[in-house]
Ligand binder design. Structure first.
Ligand code: GDP
Ligand code: MG
Length: 166
């Protein structure tokens, strides 16, 4: 199995930490999915069951800054071309303007979207359900997965679940 995944989310949500936690070997990958040259490979995760290429979605991680039409089109294209989109959020943050923007972009694509609640090491277990409840009706998320990118909690499960979608 092999496929492409993109990771989106606000600055400081833990995207780089998750990439570092998952970091894999750089092995050539073959896929029949066409990729835009604008897409930057962040890392390739290799497991016995398959390989996942994580690629960057320029434009959508920085919803604060005013996006040109070109950036929007690149972001939309990336969201369409990947197999799964991971949207990272932090538990303590409210759903803001930037999040609404991301949700609008996600609604334009049929690509499966997972909601990844990061930094669960910073809150009591029972509060995770409150976060899930806050987000679950905002979008038809295929999976909602709480993780700690820093401590590697649930990150192996995330990979296992991702591989099922490839
Ligand atoms: P990015 O901007 O989305 O790439 O975020 P970074 O990966 O740079 O992380 C921003 C900050 O959040 C850093 O100080 C990380 O150590 C911290 N961080 C990331 N993941 C976690 C986590 O799971 N738990 C905790 N407590 N901190 C985290
Ligand atoms: Mg980063």
């Amino acid at each position: 199995k092999s496929g492409f995944v993109t990771l989106i989310g606000r600055p400081n949500v833990g995207k780089s930490t998750l990439m570092n936690q998952l970091i894999g070997q750089k092995i050539a990958i073959t896929s029949d999915k066409p990729q835009t040259t604008r897409n930057r490979i962040q890392t390739i995760v290799t497991r016995e069951e398959g390989q996942i290429v994580f690629i960057d979605t320029p434009g959508i991680h920085t919803p604060k800054h005013k996006l040109g039409e070109y950036m929007v089109s690149v972001a939309e294209k990336t969201l369409r071309e990947v197999d799964v989109v991971l949207w990272l959020i932090e538990p303590d943050k409210t759903i803001g303007k930037g999040d609404k923007y991301v949700l609008e972009q996600l609604k334009k694509t049929k690509t499966p979207v997972f909601l990844i609640i990061n930094k669960i090491d910073t809150l009591p277990k029972e509060e995770i359900f409150d976060v899930i409840n806050k987000y679950k009706d905002q979008y038809d998320f295929k999976e909602i997965i709480p993780i700690s990118a820093l401590r590697g909690e649930n990150t192996d499960d995330l990979i296992k679940i991702l591989l099922k979608y490839l």
